[in-house]
Design a protein around this ligand. Structure first.
Ligand code: AMP
Length: 355
């Protein structure tokens, strides 16, 4: 066990790292943020920082020597970086999980191999393969880069009659995935934590509403019936088990029109759809990550209040002035200077006390 006073190394300096560092500080852990950007949100609230590229071997070695355990707040950490760090210090979740979750094809292959339903998909590496895949999957589909996509980036909506060669070249990648478009009733996610002892603590499923591929709002708990909620929880727990996860995992799912569940995506880290847990649950997803990687028992995931989390994206952040004065609303700002379109600047959680 790493006791309070120890140092947690976090790869990545975004808002997920920032909120993890704040939770760590509450338990008297110190965070050391490794990120190429010296103005990153996480560094603003952490006592230690390394500003270096993710492939800077000397900087990675110094970082590993300075921390007790390493975790990450985004999946696109190069596999070699995670492997190098793992030779010096424990890395949780283990690097092999990163390898699966940072590639949409490997992720879906993993899910299928473990009997988890996904939308039909095909690997695509050329315009010719795209044409063949369209024949098999159908032309109501989404073409995605297999790696480095997030928040709807690296995705092209495919419609009947699409210019196949043009679509393939505009994706600008050597490997893509064609997924059949799911006609979903709603999107939900389950966030959970799993400790090194294999014990799991999951949060209630939540509903996620997206705009332009970016999460706009999370409704907690999801307004779904309890048997579907139990099924979603079981799916997420089985995936965490199959991954042998130590850390936090988000499992994004589609609820299909016939009431079935399909897994869309995994994130082996705190997730935007778990931000509501800071204000509305006994233990936040960020504290769970700290507990899991330090070998502490996981905390209670009990819901203290229903909640609606709304992301403040780009210029939306200006509404902080109203939000700060609203009763029952908690405001979180990430300390980003430039409110560029599509950039997550903060979020608000509106709490609905249970009667
Ligand atoms: P992703 O980056 O894969 O999480 O996609 C972002 C959002 O795009 C999802 O939350 C869905 O709203 C939508 N989306 C992605 N893949 C599909 C799909 N196969 N069918 C329908 N909608 C999708």
């Amino acid at each position: 066990m790493i006791e309070p006073g120890g140092t947690i190394g976090i790869l990545g300096g975004g808002q997920l790292g920032r909120m993890t560092a704040l939770a760590a500080a509450n338990l008297a852990y110190r965070c050391h943020i490794y990120c190429p950007d010296a103005t990153s949100p996480a560094m603003q609230v952490s006592p230690y920082a390394t500003v270096a590229a993710y492939d800077d071997q000397a900087a990675l070695e110094r970082f590993a020597a300075a921390v007790d355990v390493v975790t990450f707040e985004f999946e696109n950490v190069p596999a070699a970086t995670a492997a190098l760090l793992a030779t010096g210090k424990p890395v949780y979740p283990r690097p092999a999980i990163l390898g699966i979750c940072q590639n949409r094809l490997k992720e879906k292959d993993f899910l299928r191999a473990h009997g988890v339903a996904t939308t039909p998909y095909r690997k695509v590496t050329s315009a010719r393969e795209l044409a063949m895949a369209l024949g098999e999957i159908g032309s109501s589909a989404i073409l995605k880069t297999s790696q480095f996509g997030y928040d709807g980036k690296g995705q092209i909506a495919v419609e009947p009659g699409i210019d196949v060669a043009g679509a393939w070249s505009s994706l600008k990648t050597s490997e893509g995935i064609l997924e059949r478009r799911v006609d979903f009733a709603c999107e939900i996610s389950v966030v959970l934590a799993r400790g090194a002892d294999g014990l799991v603590a999951s949060y209630v499923p939540v509903e996620n509403r997206h705009k332009l591929g970016i999460l706009a709002a999370t409704i907690a708990p999801a307004p779904i019936d309890s048997s579907l909620a139990t099924q979603a929880d079981t799916i997420a727990r089985n995936i965490a088990e199959a991954l042998d996860l130590v850390g936090v995992l988000a499992v994004e799912m589609f609820v299909t029109r016939d009431g079935g569940l399909m897994v869309n995506e995994l994130a082996p880290r705190p997730h935007n759809s778990g931000h509501w847990t800071i204000d509305a649950c006994v233990t936040s997803q960020f504290e769970q990550l700290v507990r899991a990687v330090c070998g502490l028992p996981l905390g209670s995931t009990a819901v203290r209040s229903e909640a609606v989390m709304t992301n403040l994206i780009g210029a939306d952040v200006a509404i902080w002035r109203e939000a700060i004065g609203e009763q029952g609303t908690k405001l979180h700002l990430y300390g980003k200077a430039d409110a560029a379109p599509g950039r997550k600047m903060g979020h608000i959680t509106r709490l609905k006390p249970r009667s």
